[in-house]
Design a protein around this ligand. Structure first.
Ligand SMILES: [Ca+2]
Ligand SMILES: [Ca+2]
Ligand SMILES: [Zn+2]
Length: 255
C-alpha cells in the first residue's frame, strides 16, 4: 500500500512539475525572437601596396550589415574570461542570452574584439601557379557605422551601437559596420603570387557562432585581376565569381 501510495504521489508530482513547466514555457515560446541576419558586401576601394621590403598587400574596404529582425548584440561576460554572449531580444520585451564564442580584450584600446567575425579569402581562378591566401584579420570591434536600410522593421534612425564598446558591441537592424582599406589588417598578403584573375570573398561569421535568420547569405565574392609587375588590381566583376559567365560576355564594359 505504501509503495502504491508513493508511486501515485510520484506520478502526481511528475504531472504537477511537468504542468508547471508546460504552463510557464508558452510565455517565452509565444514571444517572437528577433534574430539578426549578417550579410557581406563585396570588397571595395581595392589597392595594391608594396612595402620597402618588397611585401605586397592587396588592401580593401569591407562592409557587413544586418538585414535581420533584430539587432546583433554581443556582450562580453566579464566574469568568464574571453566569453561572449549573443543577446536576442523578443517581442515580449525580454531577451535570451546565447553563448556566441570568444573575444580578445585589448587593454590599449580598452575594448574587446569579437573573434572569428569575418574571413577574407583570395583564390586563383585563372592564375597558373597561384595559391589561395587568407587575410590575417578575423577579430573585429562591431558597431553601427553606416545605415543601409532604415525602413526595415526595428531599424533605428540613429546609430545605437555607436562606439566600440568595452563590454557591449553590436549592429542594429538595417545598419552596417565598415572597415576602411587603410585600417590595420584590411589586406591579404599577395607577395609571390603570379599575375592573373582571382576570386576575393568576404565571409561574415565564418565559424557560425552567431545565430541568424539566414546562415546561407553571409559570403560575397568578386572577381579581380592582379597585375603583379605594376602592382595594380582591376575589378572584373564586383557581384559574382562565376568566371565562365564572365568570359562569355567578353571584355567590354568592365566596371
Ligand atoms: Ca546571414
Ligand atoms: Ca551565423
Ligand atoms: Zn580595437
Amino acid at each position: 500500500m505504501d509503495s502504491r501510495k508513493f508511486s501515485f504521489c510520484s506520478v502526481f508530482f511528475f504531472f504537477l512539475t511537468t504542468g508547471i513547466g508546460v504552463f510557464t514555457l508558452p510565455r517565452g515560446a509565444q514571444a517572437a525572437e528577433w534574430w539578426p541576419d549578417l550579410q557581406a558586401f563585396p570588397a571595395y576601394s581595392l589597392v595594391v601596396t608594396t612595402s620597402t621590403s618588397g611585401q605586397k598587400l592587396l588592401r580593401f574596404s569591407t562592409r557587413t550589415w544586418n538585414s535581420g529582425d533584430g539587432a546583433l548584440e554581443l556582450r562580453a561576460k566579464t566574469d568568464v574570461n574571453g566569453h561572449v554572449d549573443q543577446r536576442i531580444y523578443n517581442s515580449a520585451g525580454g531577451y535570451q542570452d546565447y553563448f556566441a564564442g570568444t573575444f580578445t580584450f585589448h587593454p590599449e584600446h580598452n575594448h574587446f574584439h569579437f573573434d572569428d567575425y569575418a574571413l577574407y579569402t583570395l583564390q586563383p581562378v585563372n592564375a597558373p601557379g597561384g595559391s589561395a591566401r587568407t587575410g590575417s584579420k578575423m577579430t573585429f570591434c562591431i558597431m553601427d557605422t553606416n545605415v543601409i536600410n532604415s525602413s526595415l522593421p526595428r531599424a533605428p534612425q540613429q546609430a545605437v551601437y555607436s562606439t566600440c564598446g568595452s563590454t557591449v558591441q553590436g549592429m542594429s537592424v538595417g545598419w552596417a559596420d565598415t572597415y576602411g582599406y587603410q585600417l590595420a589588417g584590411q589586406s591579404i598578403d599577395i607577395t609571390g603570387l603570379p599575375s592573373g584573375d582571382y576570386a576575393l570573398s568576404i565571409e561574415a561569421d565564418f565559424k557560425n557562432r552567431i545565430r541568424e535568420l539566414n546562415e546561407s547569405n553571409n559570403t560575397s565574392c568578386m572577381l579581380v585581376r592582379l597585375n603583379m609587375s605594376n602592382s595594380t588590381v582591376q575589378v572584373l566583376n564586383a557581384n559574382t565569381c562565376n568566371y565562365q559567365q564572365r568570359k562569355k560576355k567578353g571584355h567590354g564594359h568592365q566596371s
